[in-house]
Design a protein around this ligand. Structure first.
Ligand SMILES: C[S@@+](CC[C@H](N)C(=O)[O-])C[C@H]1O[C@@H](n2cnc3c(N)ncnc32)[C@H](O)[C@@H]1O
Ligand SMILES: O=C(O)C(=O)C[C@]1(C(=O)O)C=C[C@@H](O)C=C1
Length: 248
């Protein structure tokens, strides 16, 4: 059983910025499951896409790996034991727990969990790269450079899976979709206070883009193909493919 997220259940006097500290790491599996509609479906599909896109002798990256949910899914589904998986996160609390968690599962595929900034991580010889709800926490001015480095580090035929919270430009549609997400949180047992305190905490740190912005940026980064493959309310996931004809 995962520990229940009750971090924002009591009134907090000074609401600063949300961060991935020890307290968050401790309740993270429960928090993300109860906050992100479709999270489990997205993880399952990461496994399915790993099976199709992993190339022999290549590297699979999980950027912003938190506790390694996507890392473990990739490891379970990667069909070649000469592949390597690299997970990266800049939160020491997440990295420590992630390493412990992963060491509990046996597999011939080596996994390395690095503590570091994904904007500084070298991406080389990659066949699959996962950004599962991580790009939204990167400074907007740094996002294109990161995606460009991912494109350049992918082999031809390689895949990026980009899952994000989305923003919508059309106000009435946005109001409805955001409200449906709040209903999802309420149905998962979050109180109005928990919801509003977390929203304030995330205000300056989670800056969501629209689906159109994501597609445009992926194109600017070099990806020849990009499409939304999943959406539930204001959360979803895109695939971006580097063409087989692209230069290695
Ligand atoms: C919402 S969580 C990701 C969830 C995870 N990918 C999963 O599928 O369970 C975002 C993660 O990104 C990490 N992160 C944010 N900015 C980062 C950066 N610049 N470099 C590395 N990790 C970062 C946070 O520490 C956090 O663990
Ligand atoms: O928008 C919200 O309410 C969220 O809680 C989203 C979100 C995310 O998308 O990463 C924010 C922080 C936590 O990592 C879990 C979920």
């Amino acid at each position: 059983m995962h520990k229940k997220d009750q971090l924002f259940a009591a009134p907090i006097a000074q609401l600063g910025d949300f961060c991935f500290d020890e307290q968050v790491a401790e309740v993270f599996p429960d928090m993300i499951q109860r906050s992100v509609p479709g999270y489990s479906n997205i993880l399952s599909a990461i496994g399915m896409m790993t099976e199709r896109f992993a190339q022999p002798g290549s590297v699979l990256y999980d950027l912003g790996c938190s506790l390694g949910a996507a890392t473990l899914m990739m490891r379970r589904h990667v069909p070649y034991s000469d592949c390597q998986i690299i997970g990266v996160d800049n939160s020491p609390a997440m990295v420590e727990r992630c390493r412990n968690h992963i060491s509990g599962y046996k597999s011939p595929v080596p996994v390395e969990i690095r503590q570091g900034d994904i904007c500084q991580t070298e991406i080389v010889n990659a066949s699959v790269v996962v950004l599962n709800f991580t790009l939204q926490f990167i400074e907007p001015e740094q996002r294109l450079a990161l995606l460009t480095r991912i494109y350049q580090g992918l082999r031809p035929g390689g895949l990026l899976i980009l899952s994000e919270k989305f923003r919508f430009d059309d106000q009435p549609s946005s109001d409805l979709i955001v409200d449906l997400h709040l209903d999802f949180k309420r149905a998962n047992g979050y109180s109005e206070l928990e919801i509003s305190q977390k929203r304030t905490l995330l205000e300056n740190v989670l800056r969501a883009d629209s689906v159109a912005q994501h597609k445009q940026r992926l194109g600017s980064a070099g990806f020849e193909h990009a499409e939304l493959w999943f959406q539930c309310f204001n959360f979803g996931s895109l695939v971006a493919i580097k063409s087989h004809e692209a230069a290695a």
